[in-house]
Design a protein around this ligand. Structure first.
Ligand code: 6R9
Length: 704
């Protein structure tokens, strides 16, 4: 949460007040040292031979990819303008402003513009245009509910269009105008992408908050974005758990009000009904979806917006306790999400696509809502979780809908792998053509299982590296016939993407080598800003090394020019593919009366990829026992949400600090990961430690 006056990075203690406003630029960037063993695998090449058999592919050969890539780099404006003009523009953009930018803080403020001056509407392009092109009766969403026995609905493009217009008209009735930001706090039902499209239709900006976030976290986002309207749902079952979204939304609205921002309206979808989930209702503020939306007209003229008008903000974790609202605009995001979807998944008109991501994350934005619909695709929208009722759920869905492309996260793959091959083997996966992954580096063991057991060695594994900030895929092995795949490598850049590796001094690394992963030129869906704080965006992404976008990831390039991601270089953890700032967890912990100071680092975790390890020093009078551990874990879950649950609480007398009071996370990371096996002489430079005995004590009390 960032509602209260939380303390920030490097100062997770109540007793220190020195650097409360320390910001992301104070982070000591470090190149990750973990995960490197898999890189020795870079000669291990896999070539699936048959995925394209009997099927036309968008890219025919590696040469064709190289030719298009060269073109996209030589003339980005021309390359992307050609693609952009295959969409509908109410007014064409002037070719002269197809791409104008400044990527160099030494020259001036960061500014990125694509197709400026053009007028379009992304909802019109995603929905109306498909209906006009004769796809009205094509299924847009195969909705698969949480329970096997539960409702399953097919929703056509025509029906999506009608419902989008009704929701858009409801938003207008609640006073939403162009440029206003609407908060969506919903489960993974088709009404979520529909509500996103409805916002876009009237030029409103959406801010989707993942349905697993706590009231505190939601309130912080509502407050930051000044949402007057929140769209939510009574409740939902995820697996066997009841999640009472309306109750959380009510609590969040109260918290926001206490800070001085009032939520005027809540639109509430009934998913479970009063028998399974009771809700409080306030007349005039709360509106049932069925009562407000259903009677509306199915006609709603799209608002024609500038290509550079905002489309959405999406909060993501950074190095401070305060999540940042990443801003994306309309035209560039439309062109890039659609084009990456088409090529990454080699989408053909008869295919059924299945992305398991929730729209609360960027993957759900680009590869559930926008990319697929902009391509007129049919897709499965799945409300539940991969292992419920059994770990064969995903493959049963593949079988049921004859899915061609699955797109999921390594953490899910690992969890299903551990459950056993039998859950896969009993299912018919012959429809599958492509296996996608996203969210974190995929370890070769999980890659091989996905490739061999799930895909029967027929389907390429498309490991897509990208970020909330990039809006769409950046580095990936495109499914090109004959392409050499290397398990664990994100591989090659997408069209228009110029990755650069910098060493610690900021020199570009040519050929083989490793360092900070940067991007040299803007691509159409580059983030434009951080909502309400352009300076912060410049600080985080453009100030450490001038003239480049800094991804925050470490990376290695091998002799074949393939890129291998090595992990975050800042204080952001990747837990089950979700970004969590160490500072967010620390801020939550220090709110508890027993906690004096907290320092959080990542540890290796078999399923989650990275787990959360929290060092905690206690205030006098509090005893370090198991009950308090449990209480602190619950406390973090309540403050942020279950995704931030600490795996380990390590009660410590003190944490190592520099003389200037900065926590030495490098040391904490090593002790957390290596425990008593840690090599005391291998801790690196400890000369700045204020009190070296602190380190000894930590090693003795290590918790793993
Ligand atoms: C799309 C998404 C972004 C961070 C990113 C990186 C990690 C994502 C990855 C990957 C290695 C991949 N990441 N995909 N690392 N290989 N294929 O996940 O966005 O939630 O913003 O996270 O996730 O560390 O910087 P987001």
């Amino acid at each position: 949460s960032f509602l209260g006056n939380r303390v920030n990075v490097g100062c997770a203690g109540k007793m220190q007040k020195g650097n409360e406003d320390s910001r992301d630029e104070d982070v000591l960037y470090h190149l990750p040292y973990a995960n490197l063993e898999r890189h020795h695998d870079s000669d291990n090449v896999v070539v699936p031979e048959v995925f394209h058999e009997g099927r036309a592919t968008h890219l025919k050969s590696l040469d064709e990819y190289k030719k298009l890539y060269e073109e996209s780099i030589a003339d980005p404006a021309g390359f992307w303008s050609n693609i952009a003009r295959s969409f509908y523009w109410k007014e064409d953009f002037p070719s002269a402003t197809a791409c104008t930018y400044n990527f160099d803080l030494n020259v001036g403020p960061i500014a990125i513009n694509w197709f400026k001056g053009g007028k379009t509407n992304i909802c019109y392009n995603a929905v109306d245009r498909q209906v006009e092109n004769g796809l009205g009766s094509k299924v847009a969403f195969h909705y698969e509910g949480n329970d096997l026995e539960d409702e399953h609905r097919d929703i056509t493009y025509e029906e999506v269009k009608d419902e989008v217009c009704r929701v858009a008209n409801s938003l207008k009735e609640m006073g939403v105008k162009k440029g206003d930001c609407v908060c969506l706090y919903m489960p993974m039902v088709p009404e979520l992408p529909i509500a996103m499209l409805a916002c876009a239709r009237i030029g409103a900006v959406h801010s989707v908050v993942f349905g697993g976030f706590s009231a505190e976290a939601l309130a912080g986002r509502i407050f930051d974005a000044k949402n007057n309207v929140v769209i939510t749902c009574d409740g939902v079952m995820r697996g066997k758990k009841l999640i009472e979204l309306k109750k959380v939304a009510d609590e969040a609205a109260k918290l926001s009000q206490a800070r001085g921002h009032n939520v005027g309206h809540k639109l509430v979808l009934q998913r479970l009904g009063p028998e399974k989930c009771k809700v409080d209702f306030v007349e005039g503020v709360d509106h049932w979806w069925n009562e407000m939306v259903k009677p509306q007209s199915t006609v709603c003229e799209p608002e024609w917006v500038d290509a550079e008008d905002p489309l959405f903000i999406l909060y993501t974790s950074g190095s401070t306790g305060q999540p940042k609202g990443i801003l994306h605009t309309t035209g560039g995001y439309m062109v890039y999400s659609a084009t990456t979807f088409k090529y990454a998944f080699d989408y053909q008109p008869e295919d059924v696509f299945f992305c398991t991501a929730d729209c609360g994350w960027i993957t759900g934005h680009s590869y559930v809502t926008y990319g697929p619909l902009l391509n007129g695709a049919s897709q499965v929208v799945f409300e539940g979780v991969p292992n419920c009722p059994r770990p064969d759920r995903l493959w049963r869905i593949v079988e049921k809908y004859r899915v061609q492309q699955v797109y999921t996260a390594p953490t899910a793959i690992r969890a299903l792998m551990v459950a056993g091959d039998k859950y896969v083997k009993g299912t018919d996966r012959s429809s599958l053509k492509i296996l996608g992954t996203v969210g974190e580096p995929i370890n070769p063991e999980a890659w091989n299982w996905y490739f061999k057991v799930v895909g029967d060695e027929r389907c390429p594994v498309v490991d897509t590296w990208w970020q909330t900030e990039t809006g769409g895929h950046m580095i990936l092995p495109l499914p090109i016939p004959g392409l050499h795949m290397k398990p664990g490598a994100a591989s090659l850049p997408f069209f228009g993407v110029v990755p650069v590796i910098l060493d610690e001094d900021g020199n570009e690394v040519d050929g083989e080598g490793q360092g900070f992963l940067m991007v040299k030129k803007p691509w159409p869906s580059t983030l434009r800003s951080i909502s309400g704080d352009h300076e912060r965006m410049q600080d985080i992404y453009f100030s450490r090394f001038k003239g480049y976008y800094m991804s925050g990831d470490g990376c290695r390039r091998d002799k074949d020019g393939y890129y291998w991601l090595t992990g975050r270089v800042d204080d952001v953890l990747n837990v089950s593919g979700h970004r969590i700032g160490t500072a967010e967890v620390e801020s939550a912990l220090v709110l508890h009366p027993a906690v004096g100071e907290a320092a959080v680092v990542g540890i290796g975790h078999d399923i989650k990829g990275e787990g959360i390890y929290a060092y905690v020093t206690l205030m006098n009078k509090f005893q370090p026992d198991d009950d308090l551990k449990k209480e602190l874990i619950q406390y973090v879950r309540k403050e942020i949400g279950p995704i931030a649950t600490p795996d380990v609480i390590h009660f410590a007398a003190a944490v190592p600090k520099t003389r200037s009071g900065k926590i030495m996370r490098r040391i904490l990371r090593k002790i957390a990961n290596e425990g008593s096996k840690v090599d005391k002489d291998g801790l690196g430079d400890v000369s700045t430690l204020a009190d070296p005995s602190v380190v000894e004590a930590l090693i003795e009390t290590h918790a793993n």
